[in-house]
Design a protein around this ligand. Structure first.
Ligand code: IMP
Length: 426
């Protein structure tokens, strides 16, 4: 049975948690494939508001096996704290599986994320300061420590000493920080390793076996397409691959293992951190989206920048990940705006661009070419069927699908589980 991919089609924070939660009920295994605790899902399950950073949201369903795959970078302290909180909320966490190949975020990664951002000054990326970039950098430089190293204290210590020697030089000589202590780190991490040991598994092999046995596997993306290391708005991106191909690599599966790719997108656009954002609106409409949509980051609490729906971005996401269907979130937030805009193309000098520009300098300079659409005043939060929506809202959704090149299959009008509706096909 082929697996399904669910990923963010914008700059992250599209409401993937809610979409994953819905699809998890019909899955046997839910897999995190990349990123780390820079991601944050907020899920409202009954009256419980759960914030998840590393554990896939499938954990809420007792029949689901949550898997943290090879491509994830793990801060073990955060993972254990999250598992403790989930256990305290009555969830069975013994079933969480963690790949031995996943890399570890070390204390010096956290420190380096903080000091390099400070050092960059005005050119800073606005990272989440969770050590993500430095951990992936060490992975690529082949001096990273992996989850499996936690089970071999001698090897762990050897690798730590090699890495720390260089890190301490950089921390003390370049950034004027105190060096870190190898004994202390080893003691902390090996103790955490003992707690994590029962969860460590060959997750890629487990996923293959599950697919062969006809089990339903959902690969859950973190961050979003425009934050992809190769295809996003570099350098204002995260350090992992957030597109469908990256998720497959991070899970240890091949392209033929999947037959559906669901792109999650807001009915408008938000972005946290620095970097270009062609449809950003810092006027009345942007304020409306920010306030009505409660647009503050789950991980850092930072205010998200808001703007109009951008079909150029979405077409790009559809192309990069072979998105087969869309899950559109937060349509209710647009209620009360008299006129709505959709960016159908970009203008650069005298040219109209229908595709996302390949050159970063062009992305910084484009002006959106907007279509104007009629808004609606009605509160949508009680709507449960597409037919219940005002005609203007239905027309807006239909236009998004048309411009993006993928059908809108689900629509959400509020944070509750039951505030999601299926959109009938054409
Ligand atoms: P990093 O992933 O912490 O290195 O941050 C790099 C960029 O990605 C920054 O602009 C962050 O704000 C952004 N970012 C990372 N994770 C997320 C996420 O889950 N949602 C939205 N933005 C994110």
């Amino acid at each position: 049975m082929p697996a399904t991919i669910l990923l963010g089609a914008q700059w992250g924070d599209e409401g993937k948690g809610k979409a994953t939660d819905l699809l998890s009920s019909a899955s046997d295994i839910v897999v995190r494939c990349q990123g780390g605790n820079n991601a944050g899902h907020t899920i409202l399950a009954g009256d419980r508001l759960l914030k998840l950073r590393l554990v896939p949201s499938g954990i809420l369903y007792p029949h689901v096996t949550p898997v943290i795959g090879d491509g994830v970078v793990i801060d073990p302290a955060v993972l254990l704290e999250e598992m403790d909180a989930l256990a305290a909320a009555g969830l069975e966490v013994g079933r969480v599986l963690v790949s031995g190949n996943a890399h570890l975020i070390m204390p010096y990664h956290l420190e380096l994320d903080r000091v390099t951002e400070r050092y960059l000054g005005k050119a800073s990326l606005g990272t989440t300061k969770r050590g993500i970039g430095p951990a992936y950098a060490d992975k690529a430089a082949r001096i990273g420590l992996r989850v499996q190293d936690l089970t071999d204290p001698k090897i762990f210590r050897q690798k730590l000493d090699v890495a720390l020697k260089e890190k301490n030089l950089v921390l003390s000589k370049v950034y004027n920080r105190l060096p870190q202590d190898s004994d202390e780190i080893a003691a902390d991490y090996l103790a955490m390793g003992e707690r994590l040991a029962p969860h460590i598994a060959d997750t890629s092999a487990r996923l293959h076996a599950a697919l062969r046995a006809g089990r339903r596997v959902l690969l859950e993306g973190a961050q979003g397409t425009l934050l992809d290391l190769d295809h996003g708005t570099y350098p204002f991106v995260t350090s992992s691959s957030t597109v469908a191909g990256g998720l497959l690599a991070g899970a240890g599966l091949g392209p033929m293992a999947v037959d559906r790719v669901i792109g999650v997108s807001k009915a408008y656009v938000t972005r946290v951190g620095s970097g270009p954002f062609p449809t950003e609106d810092d006027g009345e409409a942007g304020r409306h989206m920010s306030e009505t949509g409660h647009e503050f980051g789950t991980v850092t609490g930072r205010a998200r920048r808001c703007g109009w729906f951008d079909a150029v971005l979405l077409r790009y996401a559809v192309r990069l990940s072979s998105i087969t269907e869309l899950f559109l979130t937060k349509l209710d937030v647009l209620s009360g705006l008299e006129r709505l805009r959709i960016c159908a193309a970009y203008r650069h000098a005298d040219e109209v661009l229908h595709e996302f520009p390949a050159h970063q300098s062009v992305v910084h300079k484009v002006a959106p070419v907007y279509e104007e659409h009629e808004g609606w005043g009605e509160d949508l939060s009680a709507a449960r069927r597409f037919e219940d929506l005002p005609a203007a809202a239905r027309a807006y959704v239909a236009r998004i699908a048309e411009l993006s090149g993928a059908p809108v299959r689900w629509l959400s009008v509020g944070p509750d589980r039951d505030q999601t509706m299926e959109v009938p096909g054409p």
